[in-house]
Design a protein around this ligand. Structure first.
Ligand code: ATP
Ligand code: FE
Length: 370
């Protein structure tokens, strides 16, 4: 069967069709980035207008790309949380309209859970439940034990910023976007690229957040504020023009990547030790597996560092292939497939009016701190 997935939680209109074997039949993604970069950030009513004006067309394109009729769909999956309420509403309203019209079940999807399950689409035999997941994106930084759709236990969360958000703000503060090459890139990607040409990655000092804390939480505000200060100092020192970039920005970016990697590794190490502790052995007999997902998982330096750490615990690391780490309709459709495979037919919902964007933000369960 085919599942249609609709994603409008933030600034991308994503609609995709995936079958129950994990084959992608269509993947339509309309980014709003060029509109929002002009204003230095997302303006929710503007994002809503763009979703509204594009969604029907994206859906038509998706059907024709897949060469699938609405009647052939097994279900319609849609992001219901978390996200910008105005944006979520457009996707949900459209999904309800399609479900009603074609008499299809509607599957509500938790956006972060969809990030967490996405890697299974391409590695279903290698990534069995349960596995540890590091979710690093524009809005979140979390560690969770994943036991199935709707069965995630949160082990750690950000106390302040998310890493992607920090990258985006620091890249903007560095004025990387005035460089023609990076004009339409996201901050994380621009910083990763700039770091490749670094000559001295140790030119700047960055803090080591929460190093003494025996839990799996994250904090990126310190690294971010420290970055702002360091850039300001450097600008004064060099008399950088107010539309210019500091001279050794490559070194700065490389140092920043090291600092973020170090923090993510430190927190992931704690989670691995927690899960592998002989008194719990949360992985059971299965080989320990780590999945890194969310937009920041695109970063090859961060992924290599995390994989290297996990290997010391005999833990293999996976991530969705490029293009599926960041927001897209495929991950929503795939979460729908996982729901069909695990919840079976008894959970199929035709009570469209009871499905809402309201509801709790977090995952189903939360682990107690040790
Ligand atoms: P959330 O999923 O928490 O709601 P989101 O959906 O906005 O947030 P994603 O689309 O998953 O976030 O990821 C976008 C983020 O990923 C951006 O902040 C961007 O800077 C970051 N990102 C993308 N590519 C890279 C990269 N190569 N290196 C580091 N960060 C990256
Ligand atoms: Fe996301």
């Amino acid at each position: 069967g085919y599942v249609l997935g609709i994603e409008t939680s933030c600034d991308d209109t994503g609609i995709a069709i995936v079958d129950t074997d994990g084959k992608v039949h269509a993947n339509v993604l309309e980014s709003q980035q060029e509109f929002h970069t002009r204003y230095g950030g997302i303006i929710p009513p503007r994002a809503q207008d763009l979703h509204r004006s594009r969604i029907a067309h994206a859906y038509e394109r998706c059907l024709s790309e897949a060469n699938v009729e609405p009647s052939q769909l097994s279900a319609i999956a849609v992001t219901t949380r978390p996200g910008l309420p105005l944006s979520l509403l457009i996707g949900l309203r459209f999904a309800k309209h399609l479900a009603r019209k074609n008499k299809k079940p509607l599957l509500p999807v938790h956006h972060m859970e969809a990030h967490a399950l996405q890697a299974r689409m391409e590695h279903i035999t290698a990534i069995g439940y349960p596995y540890l997941c590091l979710l690093i994106s524009g809005g979140h930084s979390q560690l969770a034990l994943v036991r199935g759709p709707g069965q995630l236990t949160l082990l750690g969360d950000s106390l302040d910023d998310a890493p992607g958000e920090a990258f985006d703000k620091i890249a903007r503060r560095l004025r990387l976007f005035v460089l023609p090459k990076y004009r339409l890139w996201n901050g994380g990607r621009a910083i990763e690229d700039a770091a490749k040409s670094a000559q001295n990655p140790n030119a700047y000092d960055f803090p080591r957040p929460l190093a003494q804390q025996r839990n799996c939480n994250f904090s990126f505000a310190g690294i971010k504020n420290n970055s702002f200060r360091a850039i300001r100092m450097r600008e004064l020192l060099e008399r950088t023009p107010c539309d210019g970039v500091i001279s050794n920005y490559n070194d700065f970016c490389a140092g920043l990547l090291v600092a973020v990697s170090r923090h993510l590794m430190n927190r992931t190490q704690r989670a691995l030790e927690f899960c592998l502790h002989p008194h719990q052995n949360l992985f059971g007999d299965a080989p320990p597996t780590l999945v890194v997902s969310g937009g920041v998982a695109n970063n090859d330096v961060i992924f290599a560092n995390i994989s290297h750490l996990a290997l010391q615990y005999n833990c293999r690391t996976y991530r969705p292939s490029k293009g599926y780490c960041s927001d897209n309709g495929v991950m929503i459709a795939w979460h729908g497939v996982e729901q069909l495979l695990h919840d079976c037919a008894n959970n199929l919902r035709y009570d469209y009016d009871n499905i809402d964007i309201a509801g709790s933000e977090g995952f189903s369960e939360t682990a107690v701190e040790r």
